[in-house]
Ligand binder design. Structure first.
Ligand code: AP5
Length: 243
């Protein structure tokens, strides 16, 4: 199968890869392949890719081994819904992963055609990540302090907790990701700068840089414009990602 479109979303943790990725996917009609989501889903069902070592990396904000993520992506991208192409979220994250991906794509007569970099200042990332609560089953994402992303269960002056933070659709408890702590975020940012930013030089010919600061609603038109997509569309609501 020769994929027609292969896009990748780059950006530090909290830049909005998941949030904007879902909208890009609905405009292009392509699936998003998020290595973070795939690794976490496998942990949740008790079939962790990469075993205890990968579980520790996920918790602490370190990177999972290249061969593990390369294998996950190759298996997922081989499914029929990827026949027209796909959007990569969180992969490749190292130069070794980029080389593995390029070789795999070349074997299918394809190559990376667009890399979107979501540029966001560090000061915004801390607030986005440390306030994020998610509904694990659906991936719906909320924020403990940001108007427009609060769950309806949280009343004024209430502190965020498993009791007060509930999913708007199911009423189930929201959770914070294990790596959404200041300590793990620091490690994730270090990994991004040391390991992932250099990958952009590798794809320099196909890189599009977008200012992803501000709210998701404010930054989405800039992302859409960079990709030549319609900004308005069905199913768009607020800052909630992966809904
Ligand atoms: P992964 O799940 O990929 O995490 P990440 O890259 O750290 O990114 P996040 O999912 O935290 O953020 P995002 O950019 O998607 O932002 P979001 O849209 O959620 O990876 C996790 C771990 O998995 C890694 O640390 C590693 O251990 C492992 N891993 C994964 N891939 C790997 C690989 N290839 N190799 C090795 N290891 C790998 O937005 C964040 C929040 O901000 C949301 O709540 C959103 O509503 C809000 N928000 C506020 N303003 C905006 C705005 N302007 N745009 C978008 N969202 C906004």
């Amino acid at each position: 199968m020769a994929f027609r479109r292969v896009l990748a979303l780059f950006g530090p943790p909290g830049a909005g890869k998941g949030t904007h990725g879902a909208k890009i996917a609905s405009r292009l009609g392509l699936p998003v392949l998020s290595t973070g989501d795939m690794l976490r889903d496998a942990q949740r069902v008790g079939a962790p890719y990469g075993g205890a070592e990968a579980a520790a990396a996920l918790r602490s904000g370190g990177l999972v081994a290249d061969y593990v993520v390369a294998a996950i992506v190759a298996a997922r991208a081989g499914l029929p819904d990827c026949a027209r192409g796909f959007i990569l979220d969180g992969y490749p994250r190292t130069t070794a992963q980029a080389l593995l991906l390029d070789a795999w794509l070349a074997g299918k007569g394809a190559k990376m055609d667009t890399v979107v970099v979501l540029d966001t200042p560090d000061s915004e990332l801390v607030e986005r990540i440390c306030g994020r609560w998610i509904h694990p089953a659906s991936g719906r994402s909320y924020h403990a302090t940001r108007t427009g992303a609060l769950p309806s269960s949280l009343q004024e002056r209430e502190a965020p907790s498993a009791e007060t933070m509930r999913d708007d659709v199911t009423g189930e408890a929201l959770v914070q990701r294990e790596d959404d702590t200041l300590e793990a975020l620091t490690r994730r940012l270090e990994a991004y700068r040391a390991e992932t930013a250099p990958v952009l030089r590798h794809y320099a010919d196909v890189v599009l840089r977008v200012d992803a600061s501000g709210s998701a609603t404010a930054s989405w038109p800039r992302v859409a414009r960079a990709l030549g997509l319609e900004a308005a569309g069905e199913g768009d609501s607020d800052d909630r990602s992966r809904m």
